[in-house]
Design a protein around this ligand. Structure first.
Ligand SMILES: [Fe+2]
Ligand SMILES: [Fe+2]
Length: 476
C-alpha cells in the first residue's frame, strides 16, 4: 500500500502511474469535473477554507487540515488497505476469495450499483450550492464546504471504479454523472430525494442527518461486496461520511437547543416571532426529510436486491456480525405491508416473505434504529430544558412515494387517511409555504468570525481542536 503522492495530478493510493491508460482516462475526465465544480458547485466566492484532505488511509492520522482554495482541493482516489486474505462473507460465493476483477456475469449489475451510488454524490453538492450565502457562522460555512468537497471526492471514487473496471461503458457513465443535474427537467438525478432543493440550513442539517445517513447504510452494504476494490473504496468513504453525520446530528441539536432556550426564557412555544424555529416546524422538517430518505431504501421487497445478495454484490449492514448462515435461502422476515382488513378495508400490517426478498426492509430497519438515536438526543435536550414537548419519527407509511405505502396516505401515527383528509391535514405534518418562508427569513448570513445567527446555538467544539472563533473561511 503506497500513500498518496500529492505532487501528482490526481493524488491516489492505487498506483495510477503504473496504468497509463487509466491515468489518461482519469486525467481527461478531471477538467470536466472541475468545470462541473465551477458551474454547479458552491456559489459563494471564497479565498480559502480550512479543509480536511485525505492524505493516508491508515488507522491513525488519515487526514490533514489546512486552508486551501476550494478549486485547488486535492480530490483523489483512496481505497482502504487491502486485506490479502479477504474472503466473501455471504451469498453463494461465501468463503471464496474476494474478487479483484469484475466477473463477466455480474458486470451489468455492478455497473448499475456504482452509477446509482455515484449519482448521489455530486447531486448533494448541487442541492447545497447556494447555502453559503446564508451560513449562520464561518464554522458552519466551513462544514458545508467540507461536506461538498468530500461528496466531490466520493464522485471521484465511483468514477475511478467505473473507469478502471468497466471500459468504455464505464467512461461514458462517468461523463453522464456530470451531465445529470439535481432538479433538472431534462436529465434529473436518478433518485427522488436528490432532486429536492436544500434551500435553507435547517434542511441542510436534516439532509445531512437523514439523507447522508441513508448513504452511510448504502455504503455499508457495498463495503461487504465480493468485488474487493468496491469494498475498499466504500470503507474509506465511510470514514469521511462520519463527519457528514456529525454535521447533521449536531446541527439539529443546536437548532433544538436554541429554540428550547427561547421557549424557556419567554415561557411560550409560540416562538416564530422571536427569531427561532418553532418545535412544530422542526418536527415537520424532520417528517419530510425522514420520509423522503426512507424512499431511498426502495420497496419493502425486491428480487433484484435478493439477487445482488446471493451473487455477493451487496451484503447486509454489519454482515459479519450477523449470526446466521449468510446465505438466507431458508430464512424469512416480516415486512411492512398494505393489507386488507376483515371488512375489506385497507390496513397496515406485516407480511412474511423470504429473507432474501426482504433485504431492503432489513437495511431500512437498521437505519430507522439509528435515526431513533438522533430523536433521543434531541428529546434529551428538550427534557433538560424542562420542556414537555418531544420530537418523533413518523410512521413508515407516512408521506411515501416508493414501496407498499406509495399509493395511500397515512398520518405520522400510521393511521390511513382518505385523500381529502390528507389534503386538509398534511400542512400540520409537512412544511407549508408559511413555514418555509419563515425559516428562510431567519437565514441571514453571519460571515463574521466568532459570531453566530440568533436561530441556532453555537457548537460545543470547533473543528480539529480549533476554537469556534477561528478563521475557518476567508471570503473573497
Ligand atoms: Fe458521499
Ligand atoms: Fe455524505
Amino acid at each position: 500500500m503506497t500513500s498518496p503522492d500529492y505532487t501528482e495530478k490526481i493524488p491516489n493510493n492505487v498506483e495510477l502511474r503504473e496504468d497509463r491508460r487509466l491515468q489518461r482516462a482519469l486525467e481527461s475526465w478531471q477538467p470536466n469535473f472541475l468545470n462541473w465544480w465551477e458551474s454547479m458547485g458552491p456559489t459563494l466566492p471564497t479565498q480559502d477554507v480550512y479543509l480536511r484532505t485525505a492524505v493516508n488511509v491508515g488507522r491513525e492520522g488519515w487526514a490533514h487540515f489546512g486552508h486551501v482554495a476550494m478549486k485547488d482541493y486535492r480530490w483523489g482516489i483512496f481505497l482502504a488497505e487491502r486485506n490479502q486474505d479477504r474472503r466473501i462473507a455471504f451469498g453463494q460465493h461465501r468463503g471464496e476469495p474476494a474478487w479483484q476483477k469484475v466477473p463477466g456475469e455480474y458486470r451489468a449489475d455492478l455497473q448499475r450499483l456504482l452509477v446509482i451510488q455515484g449519482d448521489t454524490e455530486p447531486a448533494s453538492v448541487e442541492q447545497q450550492r447556494n447555502l453559503g450565502a446564508t451560513a449562520p457562522s464561518l464554522y458552519d460555512l466551513r462544514n458545508l464546504f467540507q461536506v461538498n468537497v468530500e461528496e466531490g471526492r466520493h464522485l471521484w471514487a465511483m468514477v475511478y471504479l467505473l473507469q478502471a473496471y468497466f471500459g468504455r461503458e464505464g467512461r461514458d457513465e462517468a461523463e453522464e454523472l456530470l451531465h445529470r443535474n439535481s432538479g433538472s427537467e431534462d436529465s434529473p438525478r436518478i433518485l427522488g430525494a436528490f432532486n429536492e432543493e436544500t434551500p435553507d440550513w435547517l434542511s441542510f442539517y436534516m439532509f445531512t442527518y437523514f439523507t447522508d445517513r441513508d448513504g452511510k447504510y448504502q455504503l455499508g452494504t457495498l463495503k461487504e461486496s465480493a468485488f474487493d476494490p468496491l469494498s475498499r473504496t466504500c470503507e474509506f468513504m465511510l470514514k469521511e461520511e462520519a463527519h457528514h453525520m456529525m454535521v447533521g446530528t449536531t446541527g439539529v441539536d443546536r437548532v433544538v437547543s436554541r429554540t428550547a432556550q427561547v421557549m424557556v426564557e419567554n415561557d411560550t412555544d409560540d416562538v416564530a416571532a422571536l427569531g427561532v424555529v418553532p418545535l412544530q416546524v422542526i418536527q415537520k422538517y424532520l417528517n419530510f426529510h425522514y420520509s423522503v430518505s426512507l424512499d431511498l431504501f426502495g420497496g419493502e421487497t425486491s428480487t433484484n436486491v435478493a439477487n445482488y445478495y446471493t451473487a455477493g454484490l451487496k451484503g447486509r449492514w454489519m454482515e459479519e456480525r450477523r449470526k446466521d448462515d449468510h446465505r438466507l435461502a431458508d430464512d424469512a422476515i416480516m415486512v411492512d405491508s398494505l393489507d386488507e382488513g376483515q371488512s375489506g378495508q385497507q390496513c397496515i400490517g406485516l407480511t412474511e416473505v423470504s429473507a432474501l426478498v426482504g433485504l431492503n426492509t432489513d437495511l431500512r430497519r437498521e437505519y430507522i434504529a439509528d435515526c431513533q438515536g438522533g430523536v433521543k438526543r434531541w428529546n434529551k435536550i428538550l427534557a433538560e430544558a424542562g420542556l414537555a414537548h418531544r420530537l418523533k419519527l413518523p410512521h413508515v407509511a407516512f408521506n411515501r412515494k416508493v414501496g407498499a405505502f406509495s399509493g395511500v396516505e397515512a398520518s405520522p401515527d400510521g393511521e390511513l387517511l382518505p385523500a381529502d383528509e390528507w389534503e386538509r391535514r398534511s400542512g400540520q405534518w409537512l412544511p407549508t409555504d408559511v413555514d418555509k418562508t419563515h425559516v428562510r427569513s431567519l437565514m441571514q448570513p453571519v460571515h463574521e468570525r466568532g459570531k453566530i445567527a440568533a436561530w441556532i446555538a453555537p457548537p460545543r467544539n470547533g473543528i480539529n481542536g480549533q476554537p469556534f472563533d477561528y478563521d475557518y473561511v476567508h471570503l473573497a
